[in-house]
Design a protein around this ligand. Structure first.
Ligand SMILES: *[C@@H]1O[C@H](CO)[C@@H](O)[C@H](O)[C@H]1NC(C)=O
Ligand SMILES: *[C@@H]1O[C@H](CO)[C@@H](O)[C@H](O)[C@H]1NC(C)=O
Length: 514
């Protein structure tokens, strides 16, 4: 998701882009017939180059839907169309912020005065002062100071309130900084807290305040609900970039890491037709078809910079620094929504009245965070200063490289001939952590009847292979997540196994249950 927030930033962006105009070689615009024909060709070519099974793109310009097309397939047989539904990932956060905004306008909650703990008493930080300070605006703009704790929530089936209670055990950074720390769980807590303040479920709040009044008839919650519709996209992944480019895809389970508890951070499904309508309503500060459907002041608040998202400037084409509003990255370029199996993007260019939505059905791909730049160049007649097709390919390559690194793991050199201090069976047992919940280590009969250890943390499972001392190598895997690491058992003063250290978002020491 991205947005050019203020005309001053747009002007800066345009100045820079125009300054580069003279350097553009003649004929680099290719043999265009029309901008839309170029866009169509670009999208189909880059879809194949980036190894994407299927995708859709819609473009609204000056209030008119000028482009809505599908490319490739939505499953192993049928074409991807503009109507095809997919999970929309972090684009969901823009709905959460807008729904909270409606409650602010009604006077039911406020952005930055009342602590979230007042709306949701289960929410506490480890420091009571912070508990009494953190507001909905802090949580929605990623400036709560909480570290990433996705592994505590994703694929978890416990109740929302139970998971919220775990936050008081999260270790906090001691310093407050102006920089945002992208945090799915905090966005979810903001959505849950606001809904709780009016005695509603979060999903009902979004349906009642946004989806219904705006007529977003193809937008709803959960992958399960989505798969009841006829035209939805199956999520895919590929083992490598070369597999993806040659069309070798793995179908993923129809279960999303962000459905259920983390719904306010990434639980919506939609299609590009609904998304461009949504984008236009936001861009017009809550006005749809001449009616003020959402509160103007609240929409403006969500589009105003609240925290610094990243400091540096990537290239002159982008704004000097990225900031974050609430649910929106504010930039003159860049940003994206991601949920397993789907990558999505919704980009708004308010001063040019341009909205671009792009949905895909594969996890590893950078195209939606690039395609809107090519589209803006074509539709707005900007000079072409960048090879966006090549940028998308390198971005996608980086996705696969990073996944490959996680698969290989960060493992120290092995010390030879160092056996474990205990018999395998003594490592087995139930372990727990106040933030991440329960973990089990079991002894199972493996290859040739030999006993081996297995680790299980909710859906994540792996075999433990002895490495050195009390460290075992494992790959915790589920769906698109594969993390190779050493897990290390800890022994107490009495010589008994007391815990196990596992690398999640940080090092977590699970204590053995008595
Ligand atoms: C443009 O079209 C002309 C004539 O149709 C053709 O000769 C030329 O190779 C094309 N150039 C590009 C860059 O496709
Ligand atoms: C959504 O559904 C409602 C009720 O059926 C209908 O009145 C409305 O026109 C639909 N909206 C769109 C955009 O199709």
């Amino acid at each position: 998701m991205k947005l050019i927030p203020l005309s001053i930033l747009v002007l800066q962006g345009l100045t820079v882009i125009q300054a580069a105009k003279n350097e553009v070689p003649k004929g680099s615009r290719g043999n265009s017939t029309t901008p839309l024909a170029n866009i169509r060709r670009f999208l189909e070519e880059t879809r194949i180059q980036n190894g994407i099974p299927g995708m859709s793109v819609a473009i609204l310009h000056k209030g008119k839907l000028i482009f809505a097309e599908g490319f490739g397939k939505r499953n192993d047989r049928e074409p991807f169309t503009p109507e095809t539904l997919t999970m929309i990932g972090s684009v969901t956060k823009s709905f959460t912020a807008a729904a909270v905004g409606e409650l602010v306008t009604e006077g039911k909650v406020d952005w930055d005065t009342t602590p979230v703990s007042k709306y949701l008493p289960e929410f506490e930080a480890s420091d009571p002062v912070l508990t009494s300070e953190l507001t909905l605006e802090d949580l929605l703009s990623h400036r709560s100071g909480f570290p990433v704790v996705d592994a505590s929530w994703f694929y978890n089936t416990e109740s929302r309130k139970e998971l919220v209670k775990r936050m008081k055990y999260v270790k906090m950074d001691t310093k407050l900084r102006p920089y945002s720390k992208y945090n799915n769980v905090m966005t979810s807590i903001a959505g849950i807290a606001a809904a709780n303040a009016v005695d509603m479920e979060y999903e009902d709040l979004v349906r009642q305040k946004l989806i219904k009044p705006l007529g977003l008839n193809n937008t709803g919650f959960s992958i399960k609900e989505m798969s009841k519709h006829r035209n939805y996209a199956v999520p895919y992944d590929a083992a490598s970039f070369s597999d993806a480019k040659s069309g070798k895809f793995k179908q993923l389970s129809l279960e999303s890491m962000a459905t259920g508890v983390a719904a306010p951070a990434g639980g919506l499904y939609s299609n590009v037709l609904d998304l461009v309508r949504w984008g236009q309503t936001i861009m017009r500060y809550g006005e749809q078809d001449g009616n003020q459907v959402l509160s103007k002041d609240s929409v403006i608040e969500t589009l105003s910079a609240q925290s610094i998202y990243s400091k540096g400037r990537r290239t002159p084409e982008f704004s000097p620094s990225l900031t974050y509003g609430m649910g929106w990255i504010l930039d003159s370029y860049k940003g994206s929504g991601k949920v397993d199996g789907y990558i999505s993007n919704l980009a708004l260019f308010p001063d040019s009245e341009l909205v671009v939505a792009h949905l895909t059905n594969i996890y590893s791909n950078a195209l939606p965070e690039i395609s809107y730049l090519y589209i803006a160049d074509e539709i707005l007649g900007l000079p072409k200063t960048m090879d966006w097709a090549q940028m998308a390919i390198s971005g996608t390559q980086q996705w696969y490289d990073e996944a490959n690194m996680a698969l290989k793991g960060f493992i120290p050199e092995r010390v030879k001939n160092k056996p474990p201090s205990h018999d395998l069976r003594e490592f087995a047992g139930d372990y727990t952590d106040p933030v991440y919940g329960d973990l089990t280590i079991r002894v199972e009969k493996g290859h040739k009847g030999k006993e081996e250890l297995r680790i299980k943390l909710r859906v994540f499972e792996g075999k433990l292979e002895h490495y050195h001392f009390d460290s075992f190598k494992t790959t915790l895997a589920y769906s698109v997540i594969h993390v190779t690491q050493l897990v290390t058992f800890v022994t107490g003063k009495d010589g008994k196994v007391t815990g196990v250290q596992v690398t999640l978002e940080s090092e977590v020491k699970f204590q053995k249950k008595k």
